[in-house]
Design a protein. Structure first.
Length: 424
């Protein structure tokens, strides 16, 4: 581990030289994992993406190419803010990897207005991100440029606003997302009212008296689903009523399914549809995090005490994620994975699987007739290919390789290898 950690810079530089290029896209996102123990200098309390609020944690930023292939990872203290980590990643791209004129892609919490100014100081660094909900609402308020009429004939449109000089704003409306947000809001409103109703009954029956006590019960109910902004509350020592803020709810509902992507990249490089596709490519980094933390690898929890060992641990996991990325591509014919994703005609609409992938899934078998696998079940199947050592009376020993199944042979063929007859 120490040997590999000491070579992280050289390995990442080689990966960057192989997969990144000037003028290309660089995707970046931040995640966290909790720590066990209390002596690591990097361990700190911060926003836990693992919902482990009682644990210290570390944070790590993953940098990938446009296809989500891991290239570099950096570990930060557990209380590091997302924008600080992002600027560290931008500096790494420029100084260590020697790349300029690249486009950094990050979510709205990562590339803030302050970070945009910092990128401008670095120079030759484009960016793509999105606006937060209050900023989107401001664009729609008081006859602003973001109006529903923009989406009468298309689901995306470019707009401008004086608050964003020199930037391009691409407004999108996804009806499927709008329906989902409306459903979720209605469910949360109903669930909050279900918590408030017993409080009303208790107050009317005289079992709950006093504005302070009533307020505590009401506060817990409102905070349970974060719906306080949608209710008007009236509390007295012996009375309690609530009503929905229909105007605020309607104003929020009007923006359901609408999001705005902002970028410094000119139209000659990326058209409006390309900007949307570029931002949605962040899903590749999210898949890598799922691979690292939950599906293929066990990055969490972390037990190391020294900062160097923690960084080496995370780097090993990143290299494993790099290997998994390539194995998933190579073994797509044996899995439910879409081998050739169809080109999107509509970048705003949800992605769909190809006809070939749907047909393969309906058959539940791949082209060679064997059963289809998930990536995890394929690894489980490959683990049954064993090499046994047989010891005879008198001390003689022989090694015997189990007969590979057709699926196992095909898996090795797809990675241009053969089943090894000897172990080195």
């Amino acid at each position: 581990m120490d040997w590999l950690g000491g070579r992280q810079d050289k390995i990442e530089t080689a990966l960057a030289r192989r997969h990144l290029s000037a003028g290309g896209l660089v995707l970046y996102d931040l995640s966290s994992s909790w720590m066990e123990g209390s002596h690591c200098p990097l361990a700190a309390r911060g926003y836990s993406r693992d919902r482990k609020s009682g644990k210290t944690q570390i944070e790590y930023g993953l940098l990938t190419d446009a296809e989500g292939r891991p290239v570099s990872v950096e570990v930060f203290a557990g209380n590091t803010a997302d924008p600080i980590a992002f600027i560290a990643a931008a500096e790494k791209v420029r100084s260590r990897f020697g790349l300029t004129d690249v486009v950094m892609v990050g979510d709205r919490g990562m590339i803030t207005t302050a970070r945009i100014k910092a990128l401008a100081e670095i120079g030759h660094m484009g960016w793509v991100t999105s606006l937060r909900a209050p900023a989107v609402a401001a664009l729609a308020a008081d006859g602003g440029p973001l109006q529903l009429s923009l989406f009468d004939e298309a689901n995306l449109a470019e707009i401008t606003h004086p608050d964003y000089p020199g930037e391009r704003l691409v407004a999108c409306r996804n009806p499927a997302l709008a329906a989902e947000r409306a459903r979720k809001r209605n469910e949360l409103l109903a669930a909050t009212e279900a918590l408030l109703a017993p409080v009303v009954v208790a107050v009317e029956a005289g079992r709950l008296v006093g504005a302070a006590k009533i307020g505590l019960r009401v506060g817990r109910a409102l905070n349970r689903y974060k719906m306080a902004k949608h209710f008007d509350i009236d509390i007295a020592d012996d009375a309690f009523t609530y009503t929905r803020r229909t105007g605020a709810i309607a104003a929020e509902a009007a923006l359901d399914g609408i999001y705005v992507i902002r970028t410094s990249v000119g139209a000659e490089t990326l058209d409006a549809a390309g900007v949307v596709e570029t931002y949605k490519s962040l899903a590749g980094v999210e898949r890598d995090f799922r691979c690292l933390k939950a599906i293929d690898l066990d990055l969490r929890p972390i037990y190391h005490r020294t900062s160097e060992r923690v960084r080496a641990h995370v780097f090993i996991c990143m290299l494993a994620a790099y290997l998994v990325w390539h194995l998933r591509r190579a073994w797509a014919p044996l899995c439910f994975t879409d081998e050739e994703r169809p080109t999107r005609s509509d970048p705003v609409a949800p992605a769909r699987r190809s006809g070939a992938a749907l047909a393969k899934a309906s058959r539940q078998r791949h082209d060679d007739g064997g059963p289809l696998h998930s990536f995890g079940s394929l690894l489980d199947h490959l683990s049954t290919l064993t090499r046994d050592e047989i010891v005879f009376t008198g001390g003689a020993r022989i090694h015997k390789l189990a007969n590979p199944t057709p699926t196992q042979r095909k898996a090795f063929q797809l990675i241009d290898s053969t089943v090894p007859m000897t172990l080195k």
